[in-house]
Design a protein around this ligand. Structure first.
Ligand code: DOR
Ligand code: ZN
Length: 427
């Protein structure tokens, strides 16, 4: 079945291409990019006038909760939320039940996602058994089962000797290490250690927790040659460390989450537990530093940290509620807000959501590009469209977001995976 995406503004940073182009998809592949393309007989035509056409988004950081916590989300609802946000490739986090520390769980996740058929699910497996930080998992067996990365996301091991071995093994078997960079002893609290934690009389999570972890893990990457990806960067000191390691040529990349680009610690006063996330929302100075780092490439890309939790969990007091917010649905609006403020270019917006995360994965040279002959994973989005994130639009099983019930600007109109339309706005 052929598909002609007509009249859109195509942005493909992978080949420096930007302009009004039609895009023809045949047999699941991009077959032609050009002007005034004619549809082959029987082709479906998608009207993309007024919209951006780009390689579909790639998320390096999402919690799909399956197996084990399927009352929050499962692979089916999570896949629907992903394509709603323009993502066709998703790296899932291992804090499931059982934990994703065994090849059988990895195989289940890949098989279930294939059954649902909406996204390409690439599991991250746990670095340590049960994410307890005591015993390493079997990296090569996990990789053979289909895991693309290792992380104890939610926490980080504190045994440096174990970590050093982990980095050596990961380098040997070519797996990416993803780093929830927060030293536990420095992050016992529930929100940023600062003005708001003092006001509420609650223990805070230190910004040093992140910097110390990144310093530790950056050096481990340097001495072992492992590839390190720092998850959810939140603090300006971390940005400085990333610059240092990059200057030295260490294999280090980093992501920022939509929530840290849009919100600061004050959000906790307004939204309570809904604004609780680990690592926490920080200050306006940090937020500005993150945006600047995202624009200049010190922070490589955006990961959503899509982290669904049920209402009865998020309605608990701040010190008891689990951390996390929905991410797939607000990633594009967050970047459109920065674009509208003149803080990032349209090209950079596409890079950070697609081109760069695809490159970091490294395993799929066909992703994150619209080059002829590559797999047709395409997103069509409207930079101006206003929509309300609410019960009627939300495909997730959960609704834990400070943006729920609010009007957002910037919406994915079509998501296409391997030449098939897997999401249409309003359908
Ligand atoms: O806010 C967070 N939520 N941070 C994490 O590291 C884990 C995640 C979750 O699983 O909900
Ligand atoms: Zn995390």
């Amino acid at each position: 079945m052929a598909l002609l995406i007509k009249g859109g503004y195509l942005v493909d940073p992978s080949r420096n291409l930007e302009g009004l182009f039609d895009l023809l998809v045949e047999n699941g592949k991009v077959s032609k990019v050009g002007r005034n393309l004619k549809p082959p007989p029987g082709a479906e035509i998608l009207d993309a006038r007024g919209c951006v056409v780009a390689p579909a988004f790639v998320d390096l950081h999402a919690h799909l909760r399956d197996p084990g916590y399927t009352y929050k989300e499962d692979i089916e609802s999570g896949s629907r939320a992903a394509v709603f946000g323009g993502f066709t490739t998703v790296v899932s986090m291992p804090n499931t039940e059982p934990e994703t520390d065994d090849p059988a769980v990895v195989r289940y996740q890949i098989m279930r996602a294939a059954e649902v058929g909406l996204v390409r699910l690439l599991p991250a497996a746990a670095l340590t058994k049960g994410r307890k930080g005591r015993e390493l998992t079997e990296f090569c067996a996990l990789k053979e089962a289909g895991a693309v990365a290792l992380t104890d996301d939610g926490t980080t091991p504190t045994d440096e000797a174990l970590l050093r071995t982990a980095f050596e093994w990961a380098a040997d078997c070519g797996l990416l290490i993803m780093d929830h960079a927060e030293i536990p002893a420095l992050s016992r609290g529930h929100l940023n250690e600062g003005k708001v934690s003092a006001l509420l009389g609650l223990e805070g999570r230190s910004r040093a927790a992140e910097a110390v972890a990144v310093a530790r893990d950056g050096y481990l990457a340097q001495i072992t040659g492992a590839r390190l990806h720092v998850q959810h960067v939140t603090a300006k000191e971390t940005v400085e460390l990333l610059k240092l390691f990059k200057e030295k040529g260490v294999s280090i990349t980093a992501e920022v989450n939509p929530n840290h680009l849009l919100l600061t610690e004050e959000a906790v006063l307004k939204y309570g537990s809904l604004a609780k996330v680990n690592p926490p929302l920080r200050t306006e100075e940090d937020r500005r530093a993150l945006i600047e780092a995202l624009a200049d490439g010190t922070i490589d890309c955006v990961g959503t940290d899509h982290a669904p939790h049920a209402p009865h969990e998020k309605e608990r007091p701040l010190d008891e509620a689990p951390p996390g917010m929905l991410g797939f649905q607000v990633a594009l609006p967050a970047l459109v807000a920065l674009y509208n403020e003149g803080l990032i270019s349209l090209r950079r917006l596409v890079e950070v959501l697609s081109t760069v995360p695809a490159k970091i994965l490294g395993l799929h040279p066909e992703l994150g590009t619209l080059r002829e002959g590559t797999v047709a994973d395409v997103v069509v989005f409207d930079l101006k469209k206003e929509w309300v994130f609410d019960e009627r639009t939300n495909p997730s099983k959960s609704r834990n977001s400070p943006f729920f019930g609010r009007k957002l600007v910037g919406k994915v109109v079509y998501t296409i995976k391997e030449g098939r339309v897997v999401y249409r706005f309003g359908a």
